[in-house]
Design a protein. Structure first.
Length: 116
């Protein structure tokens, strides 16, 4: 499945702490998202799915995610049909091995393009 991963203004990666989650772009948007840090050795911090606005707002306050704020936290997301969310999240989790994890969905992985 080919996803369109979102960047912010100027084709820059979006900072988790400052992306404007009130923008109409996020209205009713469901999909998958990736949060990573940009330290000396960038790494995926979290992979998830759901209503993008709500999930990113939650992660702005999540202490497990915010442990990496000093390294620069970034996020990207992509719309995904609801029937494919579990499979795409499973694929991303298996492939990117996030530092902070919850149980990945018990689903057949759906291969997608990565944002980088």
């Amino acid at each position: 499945m080919q996803l369109t991963w979102i960047k912010c203004q100027g084709e820059a990666w979006c900072k988790l702490s400052t992306v404007n989650l009130e923008h109409p772009h996020f209205d009713n948007m469901k999909g998958v998202y990736i949060i990573w840090h940009g330290g000396a050795h960038p790494a995926t911090v979290y992979v998830g799915q759901g209503t993008i606005r709500d999930r990113l707002q939650y992660h702005r306050k999540n202490p497990q995610i915010q442990l990496y704020d000093n390294l620069g936290l970034y996020a990207t997301w992509a719309s995904v049909p609801e029937t494919s969310l579990d499979g795409v999240e499973k694929y991303l989790g298996d492939r990117l091995k996030p530092i902070v994890t919850e149980k990945l969905p018990d689903a057949v992985p759906i291969s997608v393009n990565l944002p980088w």
